[in-house]
Ligand binder design. Structure first.
Ligand code: CUV
Ligand code: SF4
Length: 647
């Protein structure tokens, strides 16, 4: 789909200005490369291209319905789908693994730069996993927890311990359907084995393995990643900041951190406060150092430090085109290999830092985890040194930036709802039962240059809050709302329906909640679990009026996330379909059949208004089943009402 003129591929003014600048300066971006890639392969798109062995590649057509080995479309599509789930699961889980290994070092006293920042979170997690914590030192508890988490990766015969954090009935569903995952690493290796030539050919068997593997992501790697990040870096609390490229400053050294793993960015956030760094910046004539984030790293350091978000996935190239970025630090996931090419036209240095990720043309400076502070400092000093190379003639920083509030961990939501001493989801459950809030919808995932950036996400968000739906956000979908000013309670409340507005005002909660990065989608499951445990809305996740949406997704990670949502009983609406259209059987199961076994399925919907209609219908169905579809009296009960009710 060609969107013309070029600048209409993006929505916000900052991106529009920079895309126009890219045109004038003849800089290629993903948007122009999208055109070069026109007529993308329809075999790939529908999942019927197989490259698993070298008798192929094979593609399925009417005339050639079988690959050389005899594999049909169902087998090929299901195998490809499973491999994508494996890709996504690996990404989140490896991120989690790195954090667990860090926690272990900290617990062993081998780490001088990181500490256990949130002891309460540590002890809470320990209790959840049945680790004795009373009267024990925090390092002892942390070591046990780290070892337990490593076991979650390595377990060969026992299902994941983390599954026990789900409602009991949910666990039973997974048992009954035989999708309770064993160790994360085992699931990934086994899935790769099963999809290699001549192994697993039954499409249903393959889909079930995709569900099992995805659960090892949502209730394994991702959940573990966020638990450990909270312990090491602090559980997020609501924090004010700004979003969009207007946060860059002409008079400061500008450093962007981009990617996913929070270890380095956390350290950078600390280092830029160092008086020595401020002095070094002054020495090169800069007013200081501006640190900001791109993609999910942005979400991580926003949530914990209030550091501004420079932009989302499809703004990574545009950020460099401002001409005002000294250094872009990248690690893993969603960092485009084009970055050094774009940077070549400016003074920006792209520095890759992860041992597992190098990019041609980027400077590689491996992040020394054992000397994290010194490593982060080195990067900042290098950026300061680069300030003198900035060409003022090439600088154009857009004015667009919006105030935002982020940092809504489940603990923070509980606190908002009930206060420090009686934090609970009760007020939310009551609001859902009374119909003031119709349901909860998670809008998550990436941007994709196939459609206008942020357009679907933002329109859907508005329509849903107008219809009294509480919206939870993560990833680039959260950044989209931020850039539109919708992460500010006042602005969002203006757009909210009367019921949602009433509740949000009563408890002081915005109607659109920024819950973090991609791994933080597991926080949405955690919130859904709290709703179930609080009572009154069914006893497993499939019964609560909740839906997940990935409007503009592009990553394999989104496929894993969508799959673990459905496998957890939560319906998922996709703005563009998975690559499964080549098999009616696979598509039918994912879009319909899954409902019978898991209580949820996928839905494909390319139009945001239609999606909103579908979501309201799904929420209404859930409400009807729970018997809460009758219009409740539109009044919050006070103490007098309660006494009269005799409760
Ligand atoms: Ni991990 S996966 S584009 S940064 S949300 Fe953003 Fe989020 Fe998708 Fe990547
Ligand atoms: Fe072709 Fe079968 Fe080999 Fe796939 S596994 S490439 S379908 S021969």
């Amino acid at each position: 789909m060609k969107i013309n003129p070029m600048i209409d591929r993006v929505s916000d003014t900052a991106s529009r200005e920079l895309l126009a600048k890219a045109g004038l300066e003849c800089i290629d971006t993903c948007f122009s490369r999208m055109d070069t890639q026109q007529n993308q392969c329809k075999f790939g798109k529908t999942g019927i291209c197989c490259r698993i062995c070298h008798m192929g590649p094979c593609r399925i057509t009417k005339k050639s319905p079988l690959g050389v080995c005899g594999a049909n479309a169902d087998t090929i599509v299901a195998r490809n789908y499973l491999r994508e789930v494996v890709g996504g699961t690996s990404a989140h889980s490896d991120h989690g693994r790195h954090l667990v290994l860090r926690l272990k070092k900290v617990a062993q006293g081998q780490d001088h730069d990181y500490q256990i920042k949130d002891e309460r979170a540590l002890r809470k997690a320990a209790r959840a996993y049945g680790i004795e914590e009373t009267g024990r030192s925090r390092n002892d508890v942390a070591l046990d927890l780290a070892n337990l988490f490593l076991g979650e990766y390595m377990s060969q015969e026992e299902p994941l311990e983390t599954l026990k954090l789900a409602p009991l009935k949910q666990q039973n569903t997974w048992q009954r359907q035989s999708v309770a995952p064993l160790g994360i690493d085992r699931m990934v290796v086994e899935s790769m084995h099963r999809t290699t030539m001549g192994v697993d050919h039954d499409y249903m068997h393959l889909i079930y393995q995709a569900f099992r593997t995805a659960l090892a992501d949502g209730w394994g790697g991702s959940r573990i990643a966020l638990i450990v990040a909270d312990i090491l870096f602090g559980t997020p609390e609501p924090v004010r900041s700004d979003a969009n490229l207007g946060i860059l400053r002409e008079d400061t050294v500008n450093i962007l951190v981009h990617g996913h793993e929070p270890e380095l960015s956390e350290m950078m956030a600390v280092v830029v406060q160092d008086p020595e760094i401020k002095k070094a910046a002054a020495a090169v004539g800069a007013a200081g150092v501006t640190l900001a984030g791109i993609c999910c790293t942005a979400n991580e350091i926003l949530m914990r430090h209030g550091i501004p978000i420079a932009g989302s996935f499809l703004q990574q190239e545009l950020a460099i085109i401002t001409g005002a970025v000294e250094t872009m630090v990248i690690d893993v996931q969603c960092c485009m290999p084009s970055l050094p090419d774009v940077a070549r036209s400016y003074h920006t240095e792209i520095v890759s830092t992860s041992d597992i990720a190098k990019t041609g043309g980027a400077t590689h400076m491996a992040f020394d985890h054992d000397n994290a502070m010194a490593s982060a400092k080195k990067l900042v000093i290098r950026a300061i040194d680069n300030f003198k190379n900035r060409d003022p003639d090439k600088v154009a920083i857009p004015g667009d930036k919006r105030a935002i509030i982020g940092g809504f961990s489940v603990d923070a939501i509980k606190y908002m709802l009930g206060g420090r001493f009686r934090g609970s989801f009760r007020p939310l459950n009551d609001a859902i039962i009374s119909g003031r809030i119709k349901g909860v919808v998670g809008i998550v995932g990436c941007n994709n240059p196939k459609t206008q950036v942020d357009a679907y996400i933002n329109q859907l968000t508005r329509t849903l809050i107008q219809q009294d739906v509480l919206v939870l956000k993560t990833g680039c979908a959260a950044i989209a709302s931020g850039k539109q000013g919708m992460l500010l309670p006042e602005a969002a409340l203006e757009n909210a329906g009367p019921g949602l507005k009433e509740v949000c005002e009563a408890v002081g909660m915005p109607p659109v909640l920024h819950m973090g990065s991609c791994v933080d989608n597991a926080r949405i499951l955690e919130a859904a679990t709290e709703i179930v445990l609080e009572g009154g809305l069914g006893d497993d996740l499939s019964q609560i009026p909740a839906v997940g949406v990935a409007p503009e997704w592009m990553s394999e990670k989104a496929i894993a996330i969508g799959t673990y949502f459905v496998a957890s009983g939560i319906d998922v609406v996709l703005g563009q379909p998975f690559s499964i259209a080549g098999s009616d059987n696979v598509r039918n199961f994912l879009n319909h059949g899954a409902r019978e076994h898991f209580g949820a399925s996928f839905h494909e919907c390319e139009d945001p208004e239609q999606a909103a209609g579908l979501i309201m219908q799904l929420l209404d169905e859930a409400r009807k089943k729970l018997g809460i579809d009758q219009k409740a009296e539109r009044k919050l009960f006070d103490m007098k009402d309660r006494r009269e009710l005799n409760v």
